[in-house]
Design a protein around this ligand. Sequence first.
Ligand SMILES: Cc1cc2nc3c(=O)[nH]c(=O)nc-3n(C[C@H](O)[C@H](O)[C@H](O)COP(=O)(O)OP(=O)(O)OC[C@H]3O[C@@H](n4cnc5c(N)ncnc54)[C@H](O)[C@@H]3O)c2cc1C
Length: 324
Amino acid sequence: MSEVLVLVDHADGAVKKPTYELLTIAKRLGEPSAVFIGAGAQGAEVAEKAKAYGAEKVYVVDDEQIKGFLVAPKAEVLQQLAEKVLSGGGGLAAILIPSTTEGKEIAGRLAIKLESGLITDAIDVADDGTTTQSVFAGNYTVTAKVTHGTPIVTVKPNSAAPQESAGAGAVEEFAATISDAAKGAQIVASQPRQATGRPELTEAAIVVAGGRGVGSQENFSVIEALADALGGAVGASRAAVDSGWMPHSYQIGQTGKTVSPQLYVANGISGAIQHRAGMQTSKTIVAVNKDDEAPIFELVDFGVVGDLHTVLPAVTEQVNKRKG
Ligand SMILES: Cc1cc2nc3c(=O)[nH]c(=O)nc-3n(C[C@H](O)[C@H](O)[C@H](O)COP(=O)(O)OP(=O)(O)OC[C@H]3O[C@@H](n4cnc5c(N)ncnc54)[C@H](O)[C@@H]3O)c2cc1C
């Protein structure tokens, strides 16, 4: 069976959930091989995790010589690895990359290097490699398939439920030759964002978002309390961000982040098209709005007409009670 390369999404060796989703998708297309570009010493630990989600092979690429050189070296690593697999004669069914900003840039560079077709922001990939994308602010669903070279597909978080299944997880170290051109830009300093203790917005299985109807920065505590009770992330509409109540990194929509959680709870959000663009592929949508004609209700699976300041604390209390 042909290999499917999956680029491991991680932060300093801590594997992120989209990796497991990609490995699950990879199994539909061929034999999953995880590609870990990071500290070599963490390779074995990462391999154990990837193996549990079906990785037959785990290529470990020590990033010592490319650390901090942005994305260009990673594209070269994948190019050389793909060429190695192809020259081995076993076949390469696809290369799956997380649809992050970095992932999409790596994918674009890789597609040029391998002269292969590229599909970005897929929300599903079928057994035959046909991808599904949600485009034009979510107004159209497009199915597409790469017809030239090795299909390179970037897949959005939450596009598949990760399924555990034991793979062989054979670790293979791979050393790429990185060109000087790929080392043209280097990160000289970075500072981690202050941790909130909540899941990353684009990866969260549950998102609780607030809009102008929340009324103030202080009132966002009701949104945060429900998010914490549910173990979810906090999001916001642009109106809430423009009002200075939440940072831009929380904005969901056309000019913010795109989320596709299992559960999206929109509170005091009217449901403008630009907001929908960032959340309408959520699996279950719940809205709390005091206006029963708010457009968000056209989208919902469950709607509550009411004042969020009354409804949310009551829901939070019930959730916390059930958690015991
Ligand atoms: C180019 C462009 C890009 C944009 N990009 C984005 C984007 O990325 N994301 C985004 O969100 N918007 C975006 N917008 C803005 C978008 O058009 C809307 O203006 C915005 O989404 C409205 O935010 P809102 O729903 O919070 O506010 P409003 O539309 O003002 O809605 C507030 C809602 O809260 C309800 N409400 C009020 N009080 C309560 C209460 N106590 N309890 C319950 N409900 C209450 C009201 O009934 C109302 O429905 C963009 C606009 C443009 C032109």
